[in-house]
Design a protein around this ligand. Structure first.
Ligand code: G16
Length: 546
């Protein structure tokens, strides 16, 4: 029986900073690491309660700030199937994080009551962290929260965010028909490595893949994956793998740097005919890139990855002869307009749009038989819903080609981390498709041409004054700003731009695309300038191209 009697004593060791307000945002709590002690302690309490509310199923807690600067940190909860925390509990997270120290036990009690939680159930929680310097102290705070509620807690150490999601799903499906794998790093490597080899065996070996690991946890973990695969089919060279030196995590490297700056990390020399990819700091995002025949940088982002995967899956479904198995694609407003046209007009696949945040895309993708969801930033995965699984089970092959396609669809499902976007599993999936098609990165890139796009950040006094509608593509406040953006957009052929507050960084994001690079950059910087002028910009006015 859980009692709340120890909470006051533990809570006193983790006082809430009086001047701070915390919000469970796009990817959990995320802010300066040295302000998060009380929040992480309280997340420990809530994780235990969440487990009890799920009849003792294992809940995950990941301490990471992913793509953010090293000084930031964050924490998020993982639900029993390895998916993001159910949205109705996000409010509880923010409520308990902002309670006064004395109120914590009472608020936890009221949540337990509202959710009719059976406090006699033993809470089970697993947790992990990335390589950030603030990680160990925050982990200790979490452990206090778990101890205060006598949770059965297991520390998975330093692993990637998607690995923790995978462990949670494995633990909760063990011994059931939905069993997912062994809940360990070696189990992860075995599951994905074996599925990969099943799919590529007998095909020509690929050229080496140069991986920028953002100086984060992806570096040791991808090396461990390569050691487990131990095959010329996975020949990698890892760069930006320094997880020890302070200040290096995500600094001028990683998927976010490459996508935002549309260039390779300065630490990597781009050579023609080489293949490159970048992870972010906790290895849940991936983008590919290469140098074209003129030596120019070419990016293959989340949109290119999702169209590659969707095309391959669609073709397999057709070959398998399963008529009513629909492949669909979920995107956000950041998706390049060319990718959306390509999916609709050339691939003729259904698309749907959601707000930014993989948790939103995931739910949209669940509505499709096979839902491919990716954010342009390289964060995404593929889901096979129960309808798709049933159709695959019922499929009766009429030819060896059909049998092979069905077998490949099953193997692909084993290769995909369905719990969450995962750089390493996504990388193996992309490698599989390229090997099977015999494609170089430029052949992949040739499917369609991106419209020039640019993503900028504007720091403002108060980003909470920015509110949006229409899948975050239209501002409802500050007053008059959207009208101003509309006027600017109209000046540029194929122009599109939107403004939204970040849910992970203290900034407002500005996205723009247009028919030419010059137009796109002018549009992006004019909109960013308008945001800066009309909504309390701080620091330097964005002005690189004006
Ligand atoms: C997180 C989310 C992503 C989102 C990104 C940026 O990524 O998981 O879905 O696209 O933040 O969000 P925002 O624009 O609201 O700051 P990550 O890789 O940092 O966990």
């Amino acid at each position: 029986m859980t009692t709340f009697s120890k909470i006051a004593e533990y809570s006193a060791k983790h006082p809430k900073p009086a001047d701070k307000t915390f919000a469970y945002g796009t990817a959990g709590f995320r802010t300066l690491g040295d302000t998060l002690d009380s929040t992480v302690f309280r997340v420990g309490l809530l994780a235990a309660l969440r487990s009890q509310s799920k009849e003792g199923k294992t809940i995950g807690v990941m301490i990471t700030a992913s793509h953010n600067h090293e000084r930031d940190n964050g924490v998020k909860l993982v639900d029993p199937m390895g998916e993001m925390l159910q949205q109705s509990w996000e409010g509880y997270c923010s409520e308990i994080a902002n309670a006064s120290d004395e109120q914590v036990a009472d608020i936890l009690g009221s949540i337990a009551k509202a959710e009719a939680v059976d406090l006699s159930v033993t809470p089970r929680v697993v947790y992990a962290r990335d390589t950030r310097p603030s990680g160990p102290a925050l982990q200790a705070a979490l452990e206090d929260g778990l101890a205060a509620l006598n949770a059965d807690a297991t520390n998975y150490g330093i692993v990637t965010t998607p690995q923790l999601h995978y462990f949670v799903r494995c633990l909760n499906t063990a011994g059931t028909p939905a069993t997912y794998g062994e809940p360990s790093v070696s189990g992860y490597n075995h599951k994905y490595g074996q599925a990969y080899l099943r799919l590529v065996n007998g095909k020509p070996h690929p050229s080496p893949l140069f991986i920028d690991a953002a100086n984060g946890v992806g570096a040791p973990q991808v090396r461990s994956l390569a050691a487990a695969i131990n095959s010329p089919y996975f020949n990698i060279k890892v760069f930006n793998s320094d997880t020890e030196t302070l200040g290096k995590l995500n600094m001028d490297c990683g998927a976010d740097y490459v996508k935002s700056n549309q260039r390779q990390p300065p630490s990597m020399e781009l050579q023609p005919d080489r293949r490159y990819c970048s992870f972010d700091g906790d290895a849940d995002r991936i983008v590919y890139y290469y140098a074209d025949a003129h030596g120019a940088f070419r990016l293959l982002d989340g949109d290119k990855i999702s169209t590659l995967i969707a095309t391959y899956l669609r073709d397999l479904v057709v070959t398998a002869g399963i008529d009513d198995l629909q492949v669909g694609v979920v995107q956000t407003a950041y998706a390049n307009g060319s990718s959306t046209s390509y999916i609709k007009d050339t691939l003729q696949l259904p698309t749907s749009f959601s707000k930014t945040g993989v948790k939103y895309l995931h739910h949209e993708a669940e509505k499709m038989n096979i839902g491919v969801y990716f954010e342009a930033n390289g964060h995404g995965t593929v889901l096979f819903n129960t309808g798709a699984v049933a159709k695959l089970q019922q499929a009766t092959p009429q030819s060896p080609a059909q049998a092979d396609a069905i077998e490949r669809l099953w193997a692909l499902r084993d290769l995909i981390n369905e719990s969450v976007g995962d750089a390493m599993s996504d990388m193996l999936l992309v490698e599989t498709i390229l090997i099977c098609k015999g494609w170089s990165l430029s052949q992949w890139d040739a499917a369609y041409s991106d419209l020039p796009s640019r993503l900028l950040k504007v720091v403002v006094n108060d980003r909470t004054i920015f509110n949006t509608t229409n899948a975050e593509q239209t501002l409802t406040s500050p007053k008059g700003l959207q009208e101003h953006v509309d006027v600017l957009v109209k000046k540029y052929p194929k122009g599109r731009s939107f403004v939204r507050p970040s849910g992970t960084e203290d900034a407002v994001r500005v996205y723009a695309e247009a028919a030419t690079r010059a137009d796109c950059d002018q549009l992006a910087y004019s909109v960013a300038g308008a945001v800066f002028d009309k909504a309390g910009g701080r620091g330097d006015r964005p002005s690189e191209f004006l």
